[in-house]
Design a protein around this ligand. Sequence first.
Ligand SMILES: *Cc1c(COP(=O)(O)O)cnc(C)c1O
Length: 406
Amino acid sequence: MHPLSTINNPLFEELSQQYGTPLYVYDGGIVRRQVHNLQAAFQGVDMHIKYACKANTNLALMRLMRSLGVEVDVVSMGEMHMALLAGYSPRQITFTPSGVPFGEVREAVEAGATVNVDSLPLLEWFGQTYGSSKPCLIRLKPNVAAGGNFKIMTGHSDSKFGISVDLLDEILEIVKRYDLKIIGLHQHTGSDIKEAEAFLQAAEVIFKAALRFPDLQIIDLGGGFKVAYKPEDAVTDMQHLGQEITKGFQEFCKNYGRELQLWFEPGKYLVSECGYLLVRATVIKEDPARTFVHVDSGLNHLIRPMMYGAYHHILNVSNPEGVPHTYNVVGYICETDTFATDRTLPEVRPGDLLAFLNAGAYGFTMSSHYNARYRPAEVLIDEGKATLVRRRDTLDDLLRSQLDLA
Ligand SMILES: *Cc1c(COP(=O)(O)O)cnc(C)c1O
């Protein structure tokens, strides 16, 4: 078994034989471990985890989250319906929209979810529509640059997300005018943040702003904790981060005069490492310039390498002891869909089974039918049992919404 993998090669082979490739496989034990680590790091405060389910909306995974005491953050009504189907009650659901039509916010409020208001016009609408009758949170933009790369930073001053803290006076004016009940302040600074300092820096901005809102019950510091992608990777030291943030938060609560709830909205941290995308090498193309390994998948199933330049570690499950060669690992889509460039792997032969690691977050949920290809099946392994939790698409799934079927 590879140090970064939690599933051994015979089991990968067995699952690929049984369910075919490409195949998403999730290890529920890793979800349990991550939830536990986060809970353990924040013993001293009233901490709530709101799983950012856009990372992975498989209902079986969401049910597992719920069974572990994890609540949920949704960004659309589609996700809201999935959360309800997974057994969440509306009070456990937070809706964090990003410039959505106000009708969607109305639907979410009427369904009973708590809303993070992300713009002044929405705050104004919220005031006109609900006045003091519905509480809400405000998503602030702390103007702090943090995260793995610019595409996944959301808290810097040029980011589209949230209301700039520089507009605090305007926010307070609207709150006062409509007697709005602001029960929380929210921020989500970005993804792949490994330093406690970056979190704390953004948190300090929120803590300062919070002193001007007398009715708060919640401080929501968003998600973005970094996980390991490579064996040598620096990851968020959750124990250290927990201690540092707990210290800062307790101090803030003392200043504020009351104990508040501390919320986090992790996506990647909870599910990235639990997931594997299993694919088979189709064609090995020995080009004069380099050697390409084509696999039976592409950016239609895992777009992160092309979209963010994300690194996914790759294992050659079928030939782990093979002589190392350097490859470009590419997909079968008619579009450049490179998974890895100049990657050294044990020799890959046609038909070899490969496993992409860190495929649990933003893998399946970002998949598409591009090139009219089927999306993979999903298997959840939990408590020693592997269960098919989504079947592979069929032609029907591609045609379902087309109306001109002669
Ligand atoms: C995407 C998102 C998250 C989760 O980010 P991760 O990097 O996956 O932890 C949390 N909160 C909000 C509002 C988001 O949009």
